[in-house]
Design a protein around this ligand. Structure first.
Ligand code: NDP
Ligand code: MG
Length: 381
């Protein structure tokens, strides 16, 4: 199999390359980074792709000097789109973060490449557009996100059977059990300290606000074509059950495993086969307790905002996503306190009076509006 890896220098990207090394018979045709050219250069030496993309132009120029002339080096969104549509690739692993992954995903679908998708923001903003596009072209969207991989695995063999409920499990993040008062004083370092998963900075903050679970509700709604009212979030601090599906006969299937993203990554790369892996195994002697709690929607308003945005539909999910991306960036830059992230998102959604079909142009316009508006609100805080 031949793949392109978008976002190869990130948490999911590097773990994808570990799985590729483990599997041995996967060829890597394209690798992309935002600006980390040192790591990208090492990956190029190891995997010998045809194409490397550095989003930032100065980084692309520098990388060009460092690698041999057999590797084409491109930059910007055009570069990502070229990597996504590369002629001889069978699959595109989208491990980008944020809405920047939308156009590359569309390009991959139009070029008839199956998409292994970690980049959940794309489905949150544009699932309504992407899923029918994939269906029409016969492209598979294979989920890497652990919860969606779990649901995908529970649904295998149950084609045609109606889903009554999806239980999307959530670790609860580093601030589970906190009061709103306590949340007002948390620092960036506190928020980056996730109890169970080691991930990129943006998703780690999303896990702390629980917007990550909100985005995952949206992702599940489109991936599995279920009514959002049939998706329940269940806090499960041990992160052993990655999600569950209840069918109309009342039976529930769950998927369990160690908290190691290389497992769902390998699953999409070898699908529909399962291959041996040497990754982490679940030890029931050590993990002998599974507990479940209801989410605290008062302390973590982002989760409710995500359900509301999904119910409102149209371009509101794109507004929510872009406002969240902006607010998270500003929190990471220590420009706003943690508990203002949800306030900025809420205000940005309220300020939006636009409407229109869910198409690429309108999504991009909504995205720009939300980023501008969220930044303006933050400046007044
Ligand atoms: P990281 O921040 O670790 O990596 C992001 C990757 O995308 C890097 O290669 C980065 O390049 C590149 N990138 C970032 N911004 C841009 C941009 N504007 N243009 C082009 N390239 C860009 O993120 P993660 O790997 O943690 O997450 C990737 C996606 O997977 C997210 O949507 C996340 O929600 C999802 N996910 C992640 C999980 C995890 O365990 N990490 C689990 C489940 C889902 P550079 O290194 O140069 O900055
Ligand atoms: Mg997840």
């Amino acid at each position: 199999m031949k793949i392109s890896v978008l976002g190869s220098t990130g948490s999911i990207g590097t773990q994808t390359l570990e799985v590729v090394e483990h599997l041995g018979d996967v060829e890597v045709l394209a690798l992309t980074a935002h600006s980390n050219i040192d790591l990208l250069e090492q990956q190029i030496t190891r995997f010998k792709p045809r194409l490397a993309v550095v989003y930032e132009q100065t980084g692309a120029l520098e990388l060009k000097k460092r690698v041999d002339s057999g590797v084409e080096v491109l930059s910007g969104l055009d570069g990502l789109v070229a990597a996504a549509a590369l002629a001889s690739a069978d699959m595109v692993v989208n491990a980008l973060v944020g809405n920047v992954g939308l156009l590359p995903t569309v390009a991959a679908i139009n070029a008839r490449k199956n998409v292994a998708l970690a980049n959940k923001e794309v489905l949150a903003c544009a699932g309504e557009l992407i899923m029918p596009m994939a269906k029409a072209t016969g492209v598979q969207i294979l989920p890497i996100d652990s919860e969606h991989s779990a649901i995908f695995q529970c649904l295998a063999g149950n084609e045609g059977n109606e889903i009554e409920r999806i239980y999307l499990t959530a670790s609860g993040g580093p601030f589970r059990g906190y009061t709103p008062e306590r949340l007002a004083h948390v620092t960036v370092a506190d928020a980056l300290n996730h109890p169970n998963w080691d991930m990129g900075r943006k998703i780690t903050i999303d896990s702390a606000t629980m917007m990550n679970k909100g985005l995952e509700v949206m992702e599940a709604r489109w991936l599995f074509d279920v009514d959002p009212r049939c998706i329940s979030v269940l806090v499960h601090p041990q992160s052993i059950i990655h999600s569950m599906v209840e069918f109309t006969d009342g039976q529930i299937l769950a998927q369990l495993g160690a908290a190691d993203m290389r497992l769902p990554i390998q699953h999409v790369l070898t699908h529909p086969r399962r291959m041996t892996s040497s990754f982490a195994r679940l030890d029931f002697a050590r993990h002998n307790t599974l507990t479940f709690e209801q989410p605290d929607y008062e302390t973590f308003p982002c989760l409710r905002l995500a359900y509301d945005a999904l119910a409102a539909g149209g371009l509101i999910p794109a507004i929510l996503n872009a406002a969240n991306e902006t607010a998270v960036e500003m929190f990471l830059a220590e420009k706003i306190p943690f508990n203002q992230i949800s306030v900025i998102i809420d205000r940005t959604i309220s300020a939006y009076t636009g409407s229109g079909a869910v198409d690429i142009n309108n999504i991009m316009q909504a995205d720009s509006f939300a980023r501008r508006t969220a930044r303006d609100y933050a400046a007044t805080m």
